[in-house]
Design a protein around this ligand. Structure first.
Ligand code: URA
Length: 245
């Protein structure tokens, strides 16, 4: 592997981070609004080394540069927001800075949580990482805590672990899943697939109803304790690797 640092033209870098069109960012540069290591950059065509510390070294209108791609975020998704641009209602993207909606490559959620599900959500512009996490081949486990309308019957763990449970209108059985009872009407469920409304439909298939759902882990990555509902931050490379641990 080469240790060469990637380079980008300043105007293209800023336009791809959503600071404006290339023409608009050229105007920003002409107005002496972009600095690197405290020195004003005068040429919008300057070639910039995309070092990992660039956000700490470059400022735009006096503020640190937004993190360049590839960027992966960890969010504590609150209840009541949707994960898609198309669904009606407030989306998780609206919890991020407005400018980020114009980023290229764009940010996407890694899988989706329902509007009524809270917890650990990853958002990335790194297509390879996204596909690795959602690909069934990688068997990345996702853990949910479900609150149920009725007490557990006691037979759910066996049914979910069987690898034969078929959900309504599907043609292939679910992969084995692990159920750990937490209370009379609460359980932790670990699944390796991401079928539509999977956890709610699994409990419906055994005659129960999910009244609350929270995801607390993806692979080896737990929802960080420092994130309150609605909070998000960049994922560190170590945290990113822990998803596959
Ligand atoms: N399963 C569900 O039913 N809903 C989610 O949000 C995630 C998994």
């Amino acid at each position: 592997m080469s240790g060469k640092v990637p380079m980008a033209r300043l105007d293209r870098l800023l336009a791809n981070l959503g600071y404006g069109s290339r023409r608009e960012v050229t105007v920003l540069v002409a107005h002496r609004q972009v600095e690197l290591d405290g020195v004003v950059i005068k040429d919008a065509g300057a070639r910039i080394a995309l070092t990992p510390d660039l956000s700490a070294r470059m400022t735009v209108t006096g503020r640190p540069l937004d993190p360049p791609a590839p960027l992966t975020l960890v969010m504590h998704k609150p209840l009541g927001v949707v994960c898609s641009h198309k669904e009606p209602g407030r989306s998780v993207y609206e919890l991020l800075p407005m400018r980020w909606r114009a980023r290229m490559p764009s940010l996407s959620t890694i899988g989706r949580l329902d509007k009524d599900t809270s917890g650990l959500l990853l958002i990335t512009d790194d297509g390879a990482f996204l596909h690795q996490v959602i690909s069934p081949r990688h068997h990345v486990a996702k853990c949910y805590v479900a609150t149920l309308d009725r007490p557990l019957a006691g037979t759910e763990a066996e049914v979910f672990a069987s690898g034969t449970l078929m959900l309504d209108s599907e043609t292939t059985p679910l992969a084995p899943a692990l159920l750990e009872p937490l209370a009379e009407n609460r359980a932790r469920l670990t699944i390796t697939e991401g079928r539509y409304h999977q956890v709610r439909r699994m409990f419906a298939a055994v005659g129960n109803h999910v009244t609350g759902l929270h995801r607390d882990q993806i692979g080896g990555l737990a929802l960080p304790d420092d994130l309150q509902s609605g909070d998000w931050r960049a994922l560190s490379p170590e945290e990113q690797a822990s998803v596959f641990a």
